[in-house]
Design a protein around this ligand. Sequence first.
Ligand code: A2P
Length: 276
Amino acid sequence: MTEMSPVTDIAAKKVPALPDAQSVTQVKHWTDRLFSFRVTRPATLRFRSGEFVMIGLLGDNGKPLLRAYSIASPAWDEELEFYSIKVQDGPLTSRLQHIQPGDQIILRPKPVGTLVHDALLPGKRLWFFATGTGFAPFASLLREPETYENYDQVIVTHTCRDVAELEYGRQLIEDIRKDELLAELIGEGFADKIRYYPTTTREESPKMGRITTLLADGTVFADLGIDAIKPETDRAMVCGSLAFNVDMKDTLEGFGLREGANSEPMEYVVEKAFVG
Ligand code: A2P
């Protein structure tokens, strides 16, 4: 009998024979409630920026425990990035929050979703409305060349409870503005199209309040020095909690926008951010 080398031993522990297994390459904890991570990308996986996939871990019963996660990286990236909440008694995220580089997760390579350019009619301004981890699909779309090819302006609103929860999005946008590879891919000056509008609801910050309130009273338009949303020029993508999505649908319909789908593009689209 040949003896296993220690390296093989560790590798064997780290690489159980999971179907659709991918390796974690990077983990970053943003707050005690939020973290992001990157994993290897299956060679066969093709997706449109803004779509989601099912990812997870093996449950105690040996069955995969999977949840829908928006891919936060763009379609051209060689790895996949995800942005997640940590729920201490959540079946998946109570465990997923402990992953480390080299660990394996399960990833079903079947991307789907409505937060895609194909589901919107052509327009001039594109709005991304996010709360919490609902920022994830927009992290993908903000690095997608088509976003800037299709629109003159990209307005990103992100509402979180406190300032620390805005950090993932704030840093991503700051990095995008400096990214030479993206400038080469998309075109010099593309980042000038981005308007970033972060707000908090439970901690003091330069702009406080729910985005729904700030849209209803016109504060957003006054702050950005732009016209109110109208169906002729504006397109919107919404991603957050169920309650947020419902309120944003009402708000956008109030501005005259209609909900679109892959099969029938219109002026706005909505998707629920994963929680749990
Ligand atoms: P609030 O603090 O007033 O509840 P959560 O962390 O619970 O997912 O919430 C993320 C952010 O989304 C919070 O700032 C929260 O504001 C805001 N929010 C929650 N529900 C709604 C809603 N229906 N409309 C607008 N904003 C919302």
